[in-house]
Design a protein around this ligand. Structure first.
Ligand code: CAA
Length: 283
């Protein structure tokens, strides 16, 4: 089936990034979030990113206007009834994602693929919320979505081959590279990355080094583009904690226990860049 209309659930940092790359690849996009304010904020980020590309000469003003015109926003989930493919990029909370999938299952045509950008929740558990488990797949983008080349693709037990092939084609249409992962908590990327970030928080908690020293060690010593604490702030400390909890619960192994300092920051509302304060302060 030809995909013309691409639905995105969530206009936050992952959702608006996904909507941007979909629009840039020539698809019509419907981006949903629960409030008009959240939708407009997400659209504003996309506009800003396109404007930056125009000022760098990577995009013409006409292209920018065409891509922007291709994105519709809506705070009514039922507007996704016209979508030919939907990806969910809501907050990383199981109860919330389950509800979204139950609702999408009612709203979207029965042959439509419903993908999830979950960073750690098993696809099979999400698929079990719907009457179309063969059409449910993991499509995990990396942050910042417009820049990062990787998209993890994860089949649930019931995912059919057509769903897999269609999703691969879409990832390639977006100019990204797929990497297939089995359906285990955290998949590949976050199973390796997030415990490393958690360990960096432990190093800070135990006073092994200052945040600057810890970040410099990994940035300059391992050639990582940014230090682990700065990266945790970029991802969102609430998301990092949620992923550690999923790994801890999913494997029942104490090596995945979240650092108490990470929990403390999240409880204080210091979630990283998005709230202006995490391990670092942001304007
Ligand atoms: N949105 C869109 N574009 C962005 C961006 C954003 N949020 N942030 C940076 N960019 C663009 C810049 O405009 C710039 O574009 P040009 O090359 O066209 O000029 C380019 O990215 C490089 O940016 P900068 O020069 O400002 O800065 P940089 O070279 O330090 O790169 C970075 C910034 C891309 C974020 C880089 O530091 C990096 O790769 N960091 C690691 C990111 C990472 O590990 N992401 C994975 C997180 S894990 C995840 O996402 C999975 C999960 O489930 C938690």
């Amino acid at each position: 089936m030809e995909i013309k209309v691409f639905g995105v659930v969530g206009a936050g940092q992952m959702g608006n990034g996904i909507a941007q790359v979909a629009a840039q690849s020539g698809l019509e996009v419907i981006m949903f979030d629960i409030s008009d304010e959240a939708c407009k904020k997400g659209l504003g980020v996309i506009e800003k990113n396109f404007s930056k590309s125009v000022s760098k000469g990577k995009l013409t003003e006409d292209e920018k206007n065409k891509f922007m015109a291709g994105i519709k926003i809506s705070s009514d989930l039922s507007s996704l009834k016209d979508a030919d493919f939907v990806v969910e990029a809501a907050v990383e909370r199981e109860d919330l994602k389950f509800k979204v999938f139950k609702d999408l299952d009612e709203i979207c045509r029965k042959e439509i693929i419903l993908a999830t950008n979950t960073s750690s929740i098993p696809i099979g558990r999400i698929a079990a919320q719907t009457k179309r488990p063969e059409k449910i797949i993991g499509m995990h983008f990396m942050n910042p979505v417009p820049v990062m080349k990787l998209v993890e693709i994860i089949r649930g037990l019931a995912t059919d081959q057509e769903t897999f092939d269609t999703t691969i084609s879409l990832i390639e249409k977006f100019g990204k590279t797929p990497a297939e992962s089995s359906d285990f908590p955290g998949f590949i990327a976050n199973r390796i990355l997030i415990p490393m970030l958690n360990e960096a928080v432990f190093a800070l908690y135990h006073g092994v080094g200052t945040k600057e020293a810890i970040d410099s060690a990994m940035k300059l010593g391992m050639n990582h583009p940014m230090g682990p604490l700065a990266l945790a702030d970029l991802i969102g400390l609430d998301t990092c904690l949620a992923i550690m909890e999923t790994l801890y619960k999913g494997f029942g192994d104490s090596k995945y226990r979240p650092c108490p300092l990470l929990r403390k920051y999240v409880e204080a509302g210091w979630l990283g860049r998005k709230t202006g304060r995490g391990f670092y302060e942001y304007n």
